[in-house]
Ligand binder design. Structure first.
Ligand code: EPU
Length: 307
């Protein structure tokens, strides 16, 4: 069957699935501008739910019509060049943050980590300093147990505000969840918010820890060029950046995709890189490091979409 024959009925099914949705709906939305790497083909439909109730409407619509649904955070992901079939949902309207008793902070999933850090600093709450310079959202951070050398989401997470694929909202206690390195073992569904346990501290102490850490990242990472964060997980006891640098791969390019000359575990988009170029470069790096060190580097990025 040719694509155009399949497309018309599929689009009408999509339209029906989203009839009740109140948020923004964009058809054939290019996804590159929604990613930090600035790469990726279009989504059949891109939805920005207006609130958690609206997320539930999208989830139920997708489920009843058997349409694939994914949530796009946009910072730790590579979207292939032909884009994503079905519904891509972005939670950027879920922006509520509030302080609860006993230094507990509730944040919705669409809040960017730097904003949450500002909120905590303003209330003299410590515990988020590890996230200085991490560009993702609270939802993405919870789902992948984001972290740095200073700490990770798991250290502060008390509970997760969650919507199951049946559209049921529930609170999942962090004590019942397993956390791995850059992976949170959650059931299938959508993180719509999180409760984080912070502690009281002097504003100066929080500010200076954050500043020092931001400076370290600025001096060691290519933060001014489009990138998707660390490419590979660190192999146990070693560092992916070190292995790639010693293999002599800094500056290696496929088209406009380049192994950063500043930090070898970053791939930067020099302007017009495609996902195909980025992923070919990833394989070259994996092959060369495997030959030199016998180490199989595992991707930290999530790769999605059609080739
Ligand atoms: N190194 C090299 N060459 C390089 C890069 C690094 O030899 O080109 C060496 C450094 O000299 C250092 C070691 O590798 O001895 C570790 O480097 P770095 O301190 O930059 O940390 P990392 O392990 O590469 C991790 C996180 C980053 C986070 C930094 C700083 C992972 C996979 N990455 O990087 O997180 O910002 O620590 O805390 O754990 C991300 O996950 O997207 C991310 C950016």
């Amino acid at each position: 069957m040719v694509a155009s024959q399949r497309r018309v009925p599929f689009l009408s099914v999509l339209r029906r699935a989203l009839l009740q949705v109140e948020g923004e709906i964009r058809w054939h939305e290019p996804l590159a501008p929604h990613t930090s790497l600035q790469i990726g083909g279009p989504a059949d439909v891109f939805v920005i739910p207006s609130d958690v109730e609206d997320v539930i409407r999208v989830v139920q619509g997708a489920r009843m019509s058997r349409i694939p649904l994914m949530v796009l955070g946009g910072t730790n992901v590579v979207i292939r060049d032909k884009g994503i079939r079905g519904i891509v949902m972005q939670l950027k309207q879920l922006t509520e943050i509030r302080e609860e008793p006993n230094q507990l902070v509730y944040s919705q999933a669409g809040v960017r980590l730097p904003r949450l850090m500002q909120f905590a600093l303003g209330r003299k709450l410590s515990g988020m300093e590890w996230a200085a310079g991490v560009p993702g959202t609270v939802g993405g951070g919870v789902a992948m147990n984001a972290g740095t050398r200073l700490g990770e989401m798991q250290d502060i997470l008390q509970a997760i505000d969650f919507v199951t694929l049946h559209g049921i909202r529930k609170r999942i206690e962090a004590s019942t969840v397993s956390f791995l390195y850059r992976k949170t073992m959650l059931p299938k569904g959508i993180v719509v918010g999180a409760w984080m346990q912070l502690t009281s501290a002097a504003k100066d102490t929080i500010q200076s820890a954050t500043k020092q850490y931001l400076q370290y990242r600025k001096s060691t990472q290519p933060l001014t060029l489009p990138n998707a964060g660390s490419v590979f997980k660190n192999p146990s006891g070693d560092s992916a950046g070190r292995l790639i640098e010693v293999t002599g791969l800094k500056g290696l390019r496929v088209g406009d995709a380049e192994v950063s000359t500043k930090h070898a575990n970053f791939i930067v988009n020099r302007g017009a890189a495609t996902a195909d170029q980025v992923l070919r470069l990833v394989r070259k790096v994996q092959d060369s490091v495997a030959i030199k060190f016998g180490v199989a580097l595992q991707l930290e990025w999530k790769v999605v979409g059609e080739r």
